[in-house]
Design a protein around this ligand. Sequence first.
Ligand SMILES: [Ca+2]
Ligand SMILES: [Ca+2]
Ligand SMILES: [Ca+2]
Ligand SMILES: [Ca+2]
Length: 421
Amino acid sequence: MRRQVLLFISILSFSLVFGQVSYSIPEEMVKGSLVGNIAQDLGLDAKRLRLGNARVYSGDSREYIELNSERGVLLIKERIDREALCGDTTPCAVHFQIVLENPMEFYSVTVEITDINDNAPTFEKNEIKFIISESAVVGAKFDLERAVDLDVGTNTLQSYVLKPSDNFLLKLHNQADGTKNVEMILQKPLDREKNEFISLALTAVDGGEPQMSGTMQILITVLDVNDNAPVFTQPIYKGSVAENAAKGTIVTTVSASDADHKLNGKISYSITNTLDDVRHMFDVNEDSGEVRLTGHLDYEKKRNFQINVRARDNGGLTDSCKVIVDVVDMNDNEPLIKFMSKSAVISESANPNTVVTMINIQDPDSGENGKVQCFISENIPFVLKSTSNNFYSLVTDSDLDRERSSEYNITVTCSDEGVPS
Ligand SMILES: [Ca+2]
Ligand SMILES: [Ca+2]
Ligand SMILES: [Ca+2]
Ligand SMILES: [Ca+2]
């Protein structure tokens, strides 16, 4: 290399440069294309070229251009790729000499190779993946890949476009080497519950005519955080259960939902009553929300219960609801007959309507189950009179006659109107 450079300098010192000429051609011209009319431009005729054995001398560099002595023109000998020849150096030129003998002359020729937009901006990867928490704050930055465009000037990379731009904005940072660092900045919070996967397209464009571009996918997986509390489907649930229902009877089922993922959305149910006896009577299935009877109900003691149920996700967020349970009365009490006073002896001269005994009926059941009717056998000189609610008087109905009957054994029968009675 060094030796050849020295040789070139020695030629310079022994020869006269008779002139120089410059051309400008675009890269990528096909073999045989005209570069310039060298004979005309140097003021030489075709004969001089031929007799002078004119040839191209390009030293140690590749011969991209050849001389056609017959026509006196320079032609493309080998396709010129500006990017391979000069990279990002501008301007880009091919230098060579036209050497003639008899007498020896040489002319310097410079052919500037102009850029054409034959390279699109390209990314190293087709896609890039991010996993971003939905709690990421606005302003969070994410480095993206840069694109490369081998062309120069306006034909090289000019800008980037990010679409869609709902959540992220693109920001470019100029680097010392003239390139740009690309990053996307969160401008609107992510919401996994709305959009768990986001796909963006980052497009790099050059300024050529026609414009060329390259695109890379940005795939974002949004990570869940526990930002949703459970929500019951209704604030109040109602159920009713017979007072004689067996333990284990399902009263009702509560249900809450949670929009979060996995454990953040996993709900467990519990009863939160502390001041009453609800917890001895009911429990709630932690997973299914089924509210079951666990104790022994008695309508006569308590007719309804309010169960407070809490739904809690694994992150501690909660909602609560009420379950109102009505206890349904069953006819589980028979009327109780109580004598308030009675006289075992009565004179046969007693007037009709003389009270013999007073009874009080007690039936703790409600409704028909507690509605009691009493009667006594017929064909005796007594009647049962209802005085007021659940009070009866047994009174004489007609004159008594000791000589006919000195003793009465009276049976009072009371029955409620329940089914069965
Ligand atoms: Ca180019
Ligand atoms: Ca380009
Ligand atoms: Ca949650
Ligand atoms: Ca969430």
